[in-house]
Design a protein around this ligand. Structure first.
Ligand SMILES: Cc1cc2nc3c(=O)[nH]c(=O)nc-3n(C[C@H](O)[C@H](O)[C@H](O)COP(=O)(O)O)c2cc1C
Length: 198
């Protein structure tokens, strides 16, 4: 049986000046290309307009609120995705505020979709952000996959050219996570085609 590629959006969650996030995201996009079952869309949240002031009505009740012009491209790309991988650092034991804003401005875009994570930071390797994000995506009726990639003290793991000094273990972790994401995103695509009970 042949399948069409799953549309996977890879989100760069950190938007600060001098961030390391794009290096990790580029590495991960290479892993996705190598895996071969996904059509990848790399989304940098730094390119989106993300006002902290949310619409008057929750996107749960009004799933298509008036959004700023600078958010339209992001919304369309989140809509189009079948699955997501969030590339996130730990900021004070959690994830960047820009990501929370992007999440909260949307609702149906996450609904019944599979989500994986790639974390990096100091000692905690993005895992504290990842665990918080699992709770949030549960509220959005998304499914987060068990396996993840984590880079604790990433600055010791990547060289000055942004290449991993020892790539084998992270590549295996990415491959395992992508296998799970593929299974779940195909299962959830089929499930989205059937009517929900409520
Ligand atoms: C506001 C802030 C809070 C941070 N908190 C943590 C933390 O709780 N745990 C950790 O391991 N690293 C922490 N770090 C280190 C970051 O993970 C590290 O600077 C990383 O490069 C941030 O990702 P970015 O460069 O893509 O923005 C923090 C960094 C910042 C700027």
């Amino acid at each position: 049986m042949s399948f069409t590629p799953v549309k996977l959006a890879v989100l760069v969650a950190s938007v600060r000046e001098g961030r390391f996030g794009p290096v990790v995201a580029r590495w991960f996009v290479d892993q996705v290309d190598r895996h071969g079952e996904f059509e990848v869309d790399l989304i940098d949240l730094a390119d989106a307009e993300l006002p902290l002031a949310l619409p008057a009505t929750s996107p749960r009740l009004d799933p298509d609120p008036v959004r700023p012009d600078g958010m339209r491209d992001l919304t369309a790309r989140l809509d189009a995705a079948d699955a997501f991988v969030v590339v996130t650092p730990d900021y004070n034991r959690s994830y960047p505020a820009a990501l929370k804003t992007a999440i909260d401005w949307h609702f149906t875009q996450w609904d019944a979709k599979a989500i994986g994570f790639v974390g990096y930071s100091g000692a905690s390797g993005g895992l504290l952000a990842i665990e918080h994000l699992r709770q949030i995506f549960t509220e959005l009726n998304a499914h987060t996959v068990r396996d993840y990639v984590s880079f604790p003290r990433y600055y010791l793991l990547f060289d000055e050219n942004g290449e991993l000094r020892e790539p084998a273990e992270p590549a295996a972790a990415a491959s395992a996570m992508l296998d799970q994401l593929l299974w779940w995103s195909r299962a959830l695509s089929a499930a989205r085609a059937t009517p929900a009970l409520s």
